[in-house]
Write a protein that binds this ligand. Structure first.
Ligand SMILES: C[S@@+](CC[C@H](N)C(=O)[O-])C[C@H]1O[C@@H](n2cnc3c(N)ncnc32)[C@H](O)[C@@H]1O
Length: 195
């Protein structure tokens, strides 16, 4: 029987326990640092963004930065599959649109909200360890909704290793290294959908 963690359980401990239980589905043993969160969100042009989707929010370090910077006219949809993480996200961000769901249902989640176009996707999902078919389906769904000027931002703890993987799906892929994270990490900013 699994017991819900109390609100007093620190993020790092909750995250570490999830990593021990679920391994590759969590893919990291600690949440992203505030430095990584700031770096991945900072270069979004919020003045023109109407919708940002976060996939795999965990305990919410990226969510916090996103909600801090997004103006009222920019809708933020936060998607996370794990119920304990979702509870924590809702406690911490009671006004946020947190969907407890598998990212594989992105099309339906957007349809339910009347969202057709996404300006930016921030993805914390361990995409390289997804089955290839599931990864391709999710990226196809993102391609259908991403605006022509939009970006897909993928967090990673394996700097540069998966550059080629994302180049299969996007015309332009740039990697940004963030040393102030445990372990040093970074993110890809991908633009231009490949057919
Ligand atoms: C590496 S953690 C990133 C957490 C957070 N974004 C951060 O930077 O600290 C990956 C997250 O993706 C979630 N996840 C994994 N597979 C998922 C799926 N198919 N749908 C939704 N969330 C998923 C996990 O529960 C976990 O919270």
């Amino acid at each position: 029987m699994s017991v819900s963690p109390s609100a007093a359980t620190p993020d790092w401990l909750l995250f570490f326990r999830k990593f021990l239980q679920q391994g590759r589905a969590i893919a990291s043993f600690v949440p992203s640092s505030a430095f990584l969160a700031q770096a991945v969100v900072r270069t979004i042009h919020f003045s023109s963004a109407r919708c940002v989707v976060e996939l795999g929010a965990g305990t919410g370090p990226i969510t916090a930065e996103l909600l801090r910077l997004a103006p009222p006219g920019c809708r933020c949809v936060i998607i996370e599959r794990d119920p304990d993480f979702c509870r924590r996200l809702r406690e911490r961000f009671p006004q946020a649109d947190v969907a407890e769901a598998d990212a594989a249902h992105l099309d339906q989640l957007l349809r339910d909200r009347g969202v057709n176009t996404i300006d930016h996707v921030i993805c914390g999902l361990p995409l390289p360890s997804f089955p290839p078919r599931m990864r391709a389906q999710l990226l196809a769904s993102i391609h259908r909704h991403l605006s022509s000027e939009g970006t897909f931002r993928q967090l990673t703890h394996m700097p540069w290793i998966y550059q080629r993987l994302y180049q299969r799906y996007f015309a332009e892929v740039r990697f940004h290294l963030v040393l102030r994270n445990l372990p040093p990490a970074g993110f890809y900013v991908c633009r231009g959908v490949r057919s």
